[in-house]
Design a protein around this ligand. Structure first.
Ligand code: NDP
Length: 504
């Protein structure tokens, strides 16, 4: 059970190693999605605070202890950060549940796993290497340097607030960057607790990590367009992502985007049925469907369709709705009021389009285990892939079931979508698993499992699901610049009006 004090908790934000209010003095309330009541006050930052934060990050990048630190030293500090997350994981998880209403079981698991990102990238910090290039001139000694890109802006969503910051922060610190983070207006509290309990406590120099809390258009846009920001790492919806990309492109910033999805979870008739049913349920209903990788399009081979749907509905009916702070709860509230309205409107759209609602289909009352912002786990059959319920991201506990005949049709339906984040395949056939995994256009394909993520495996999207990759060794490249150094050890001279090539 969560401790839910009624007195509003007052937070300050963290800029240049100091706790402060927004320059305007404004604050906004953040809500507990389970009770629907405000529980904390958050500084409402604007362009003035963004400027202070970016200037601080820029100073920390250019001067002071951070750029003077060795790569091995950075790695040691990051291990300290990992240890502090381990120490405070349970507390941080509880703050996340209070703020975003996701299950305590899920947030605790995320927070307990998060230190691994910092241990992993700490290990990579002193393995960032350039190269010596035996260039085609005998008198030259040429080499390539890998340098930190500079000040990075992180803009993050509400569904997994600290995990999605950690995926960016760990490689950025390993690369030697400094950072300004704009969390979601709905879930800023856990990041501010993280700054106090982890970042401040770790002894990271002032200005290396700063936070500007506030609204997307007011605090996010000035951060993206600030001339001293070199890289923008964004996680959120695809429409916002397109806007972020456009703004960042105007000043040629590096950009990585982790965006939305409408992932196909494809079940063939040679699957292990019980495993696939459980995989379909966890694919869509975990986190109340509020995950970018939700397997929201369930593609069922027609030969098993009816038997599968029967088992699926029976299992989904058993889901325990309730207080996300209780370990036994399986489906919690929707995080934000606009998201709640959006989910209900998609349920209406699906019904209007002629899809058949075989489970749920509306709000869940307190008597049903729900409450103010609860939606019943909902399953639509008879969906065809051209319907809006099949094409658009709902970001809620709403599953669209689509029939297919054979492998070719399954692949065609899976790929007939603007997104390309994740995909599931359920089959006993090794040949089919490898073949379909290659043919599906998505950044991650799971076979006989769903939702697994690791710091070791690259994560990101094809098409409207994003640009670039987080996690794995390649994520660090997003925080680095490449510099080529030419050293002439031979005589100078030659014609100064001719570009020097090997033969000139
Ligand atoms: P949004 O795109 O609405 O918001 C994401 C972040 O962007 C928030 O911090 C938001 O601030 C900020 N923002 C909004 N407008 C602007 C703007 N004009 N300029 C700068 N920043 C802005 O997404 P949600 O928070 O609603 O999160 C849900 C979305 O995130 C889903 O589409 C989901 O698929 C995606 N997502 C993707 C993941 C991935 O890894 N691919 C993982 C998790 C989620 P504010 O909160 O103040 O609006």
């Amino acid at each position: 059970m969560l401790d839910r004090p009624t007195k509003l908790q007052e937070y300050q934000t963290y800029i240049d190693g100091k706790w402060c209010n927004a320059a305007s003095g404004k604050r906004f309330e953040t809500y507990d999605p389970y009770t629907g009541e405000p529980w904390a006050l958050i500084p409402e930052c604007d362009a003035a605070d963004v400027n202070l934060a970016v200037e601080s990050a820029y100073r920390a990048f250019e001067t002071g202890p951070w750029p003077a630190m060795t790569q091995t030293g950075r790695g040691k500090l990051m291990r300290k950060i990992a240890g502090l997350i381990e120490k405070h994981a349970e507390h941080l998880a509880k703050v996340e549940v209070r703020d975003n209403g996701k299950l305590i079981s899920e947030m605790t698991a995320q927070l307990k796993y998060l230190p691994e990102w910092f241990y992993y990238y700490a290990g990579l910090a002193d393995k960032i290497q350039g190269a010596v290039v035996p260039v085609d001139r005998p008198d030259h000694f040429n080499y390539i340097l890998k340098e930190p890109v500079g000040v990075c802006a992180f803009i993050t969503p509400w569904n997994s607030p600290l995990m999605l910051v950690g995926w960016k922060l760990a490689p950025a610190l390993a690369a030697g960057c400094t950072v300004v983070i704009k969390p979601s207006e709905f879930t800023s509290a856990s990041l501010l607790e993280f700054m106090k309990l982890v970042i401040e406590e770790s002894g990271l120099p002032p200005g290396v990590v700063n936070v500007v809390t506030g609204y997307g258009a007011v605090a996010g846009e000035p951060l993206i367009t600030h001339p001293k920001v070199a890289k923008v790492a964004f996680t959120g919806g695809s429409i916002t992502g397109a806007r972020v990309n456009e703004l960042a492109a105007r000043s040629f910033k590096k950009v990585s985007l982790e965006l939305g999805g409408k992932s196909p979870n494809v079940v063939f008739d040679d699957c292990i049925l019980e495993d696939a049913v459980a995989g379909a349920i966890s694919g869509i209903f975990a986190a109340t469907g509020q995950t970018c990788i939700a397997g929201s399009r369930l593609l069922l081979q027609e030969t098993i369709h009816d038997a599968f749907v029967e088992k699926l509905v029976a299992m989904a009916k058993q889901a325990r709705l309730g207080d996300p702070g209780l370990p036994e709860t399986q489906v919690g509230p929707v995080t934000t009021p606009p998201q709640y309205q959006k989910i209900l409107s998609y349920i209406d759209i699906a019904k209007d389009e002629g899809a058949r609602c075989v489970l749920g289909g509306g709000p869940a009352t307190r008597e049903e285990g729900g409450g103010k912002y609860f939606v019943k786990p909902t399953i639509f059959t008879g969906v065809n892939n051209t319907m809006r319920i099949a094409q658009e991201e709902v970001f809620g506990p709403v599953l669209s079931v689509i029939k297919f005949k054979d492998e070719d049709e399954a692949v065609a339906i899976a790929n007939d979508i603007a997104y390309g984040l994740g995909a599931g395949i359920w089959t006993r056939s090794l040949r089919r698993a490898h073949s379909v995994a290659r043919r599906i256009k998505a950044g991650t394909v799971w076979v006989n499992t769903y939702r697994a993520v690791s710091f070791l495996m690259p994560f990101g999207g094809y098409k409207a699901s994003g640009l670039g990759r987080e996690n794995g060794a390649e994520a660090i490249e997003g925080y680095l610049q490449t510099k080529s150094v030419w050293i002439n050890n031979g005589p100078g001279g030659g014609n100064p009006f001719v570009i020097k090539t090997a033969s000139s």
